[in-house]
Design a protein around this ligand. Structure first.
Ligand SMILES: Nc1ncnc2c1ncn2[C@@H]1O[C@H](COP(=O)(O)OP(=O)(O)OP(=O)(O)O)[C@@H](O)[C@H]1O
Ligand SMILES: [Mg+2]
Length: 356
């Protein structure tokens, strides 16, 4: 085991009879940026609340630096929080807001002033020090919240959809800022987002939540390219899913008889046996179209049902001969109008198989 910073050990949390988190275990490394991604109500915020000490677990243990913190009150956990609904104090100036956690910790006045300046400088808001939150833009308020969470130099920062209310441009700026702070300060960050793109670009690892537990955890690449279950494959990005039965197996490939007719040659990413039920996921950007057979493992003749220009790619819907696949084509130097006959080419390596 590397340097485990936070450990959730068989954590359960119920509100009354309702189980919100069930037997969840998770190790987070020191300095890791981990994102929690999952549908509404799957328990992401609850897990952060438990870690921050705003709620207590029904069963299990949380360890910080190897020590159980179940009985440690929130303000002694050295954890900074930026929650979307955890607003700034409206009657306090920006500077006073940021000073608040330091006052709470009984720091001397002169030291507080210095720390507040440093924190404001870090989020580039020094000139706004005397303003009230209402006199700031949404993005500036978020940066104040970030400064307030970081000013007491916590070792862990929890962020619950901190960028949810911002417009796209500001959001992307803040993503870079947070990423930069994370690296520079060596923080451990647990980040909740609804935005898959945000999770993919920012995280060292992503934990995909489903009904109070983690369905899969891995690097963005593992989660996107190698989902373990239908739920994860469908939740992250768009994909084409097909059920089938393994018909033939060779050393590196397998032929799958599809439930809705036809066959597909897939690369054996894991051992497969004849007769085994599988689910195949093919990402839309892995599908290639040509006028003639492209010389790859799988080529299906099909027609174009729909074609939409989206600026950076073309979204093509194919007909039943190609299982109604959706393809994303990045080469925009030609059109594929509705009604065109095409050959759909798919490499065996781009067919990801999951066992059912
Ligand atoms: N204080 C509470 N009392 C009762 N039930 C609660 C309480 N807080 C949360 N829940 C329930 O627990 C479940 C998980 O909630 P949680 O806020 O952790 O979900 P989430 O994954 O953060 O969802 P979202 O993406 O919508 O923020 C939900 O069904 C919610 O209704
Ligand atoms: Mg939530």
């Amino acid at each position: 085991m590397e340097d485990c910073h936070i450990r959730f050990e068989r954590i359960s949390k119920s509100y009354g009879d309702v189980k919100v988190i069930e037997d969840l275990s998770l190790d987070i490394q020191r300095g890791e940026f981990i994102s929690l991604l999952g549908p509404s109500g799957s328990g992401k915020t609850t897990l952060l609340m438990l870690l921050a000490g705003f709620e207590s677990e029904t069963a299990g243990k949380i360890l910080l630096n190897g020590r159980a913190i179940n009985d440690t009150p929130s303000h002694k956990r050295n954890i900074g929080v930026v929650f979307q609904n955890y607003a700034l104090f409206p009657h306090m100036s920006v500077g006073e807001n940021i000073a608040f956690p330091l006052k709470m910790r009984g720091m001397a006045k002169a030291e507080i002033a210095q720390k507040v300046d440093q924190a404001l400088d870090m989020v580039q808001l020094l000139p706004m020090r005397e303003r009230k939150p209402a006199q700031l833009s949404g993005g500036q308020q978020q940066r104040v919240a970030l400064a307030r969470a970081l000013v007491f130099e916590p070792e862990v920062v929890l962020m619950d959809e901190p960028l949810g209310a911002l417009d796209k441009q500001l959001r992307e700026r803040m993503q870079l800022d947070i990423r930069e702070l994370h690296k520079r300060l060596g923080l451990t960050i647990v980040f909740v987002t609804h935005d898959q793109q945000e999770a993919l670009t920012m995280s060292d690892r992503i934990a995909v939540f489903n009904k109070g537990n983690i369905e899969q955890i891995g690097t963005p690449r593992e989660i996107y390219d190698h989902p373990c279950t239908r739920f994860v494959a469908e939740f992250i990005g768009e994909t084409n899913l097909l059920e089938g039965v393994v018909e033939q197996v060779s050393s590196d490939k397998a032929v799958v008889q599809l439930a809705n007719g036809g066959k597909l040659t897939v690369l054996k990413h894991s051992p497969l046996q004849t007769g085994q039920q599988v689910l195949i996921s093919i990402r839309p950007e892995r599908i290639m179209l040509s006028e003639q057979n492209g010389g790859v493992d799988n080529h299906l003749p099909a027609g174009v049902l729909d074609s939409v220009y989206l600026g950076d790619h073309l979204r093509i819907q194919l007909d039943e001969r190609a299982h109604h696949f959706v393809a994303h084509l990045s080469r925009l130097n030609r059109e594929w109008p509705v009604g065109t006959d095409v050959v759909v080419n798919i490499n065996a390596a781009d067919c990801w198989t999951m066992t059912l």
